[in-house]
Ligand binder design. Sequence first.
Ligand code: PLP
Length: 391
Amino acid sequence: MPPPVLPPVLPYGRQTIEDDDIAAVAEALKADFLTTGPAVEAFEVAFAEAVGARHAVACSNGTAALHLAMLALDVQPGEVVIAPSITFLATANCARYVGAEVVFADVDPDSGLMTPETLADALRRVGGRRLRAVLPVHLRGDVADLPGLSALAAGAGAVLVEDAPHALGTTMTYGNVAERAGDARHSAMATFSFHPVKTIATGEGGMVTTNDASLAERLKVMRSHGMVRPPGADPWWYEMAEPGFNYRLPDILCALGLSQLRKLSRFAARRRALAKAYEAALAPLAPVVRMAARPPWSDPVLHLMCVLIDFEAAGITRRQVVERLRERGVGTQVHYIPVHRQSYYAQRYGRLDLPGAQAWYDRCLSLPLYPGMADEDVGRVVEALRAVLGG
Ligand SMILES: *Cc1c(COP(=O)(O)O)cnc(C)c1O
């Protein structure tokens, strides 16, 4: 018997590349510089303007952006960095790259975000060690309570570094001040990724934003081997006080990033419209299926459509839901497995109970969300979910 013909699967996220993006890359390939050329600064300037920060430094990917942030702060071996457990591995790993130790913060079980309460608990676990940085993650695209977190971090002698790849385009209002995610008003730096599922894509790519000129300079130096050219030095001369990395983003990808960035408001509007359609379509599935909780200050451009499902009440496992949705042409993903439970961290730091992270992980599932989805796709996804859950 021939295998059953399955419908094409909607992925949980994907890039939107259009003809003008392709033309921009083709132009970049004909230019004099494939890397370290003028497209890099053009992308950086446009990105800084888009998020409302003074400086932006492009780099090879979001993980490199986090590593560069640790290097720019000169985080030392044995010092402590706090990261939430519900995030991608890289948020915690960047601390280990510089020899620092990670203290994992719990998250709010319904929003998945680090909160002042979960940060206060993590601060108590720092002990007598020197805390250097706290890395809130704007999970899904909703921003954390940055004023609350930064006040606590400052009280402990540390700064915030926002891991912001999910939140490009998000706006927020703390008190009555309108802000943009990545403007780094409450943090030393914010980091972004242009991985294909993120809001703009360059294949691989990353950015660090900051309002501090000396941090921006250090990021640039460490992005390119730690090389500096002192003013007035011989034309061939460079000096290296400290070994850096090759974390440059080539002009080819910066040209693509610039082209993608011009579409940010259109991509953001589309993501917002799809999220709204999901919210309406999912309402009848409550209380078994609920949207992730939205903090009141946040007006997100969602990167992920995370829903929280009470699998026990539905009498079905998450694995069954994932497999049956896939048979119906709906791809999903889990964001994220708590990082503190990875064997590397469990061995290094021992067993740690973070009930909020566990409760989030037990229920979360990311449904398809990307600008190229058709309006009907939302209905199709929710109908498949309803059928699979037996509602
Ligand atoms: C995507 C992502 C990263 C890593 O970015 P890469 O470009 O894949 O290296 C780090 N943190 C978060 C929260 C991310 O979503």
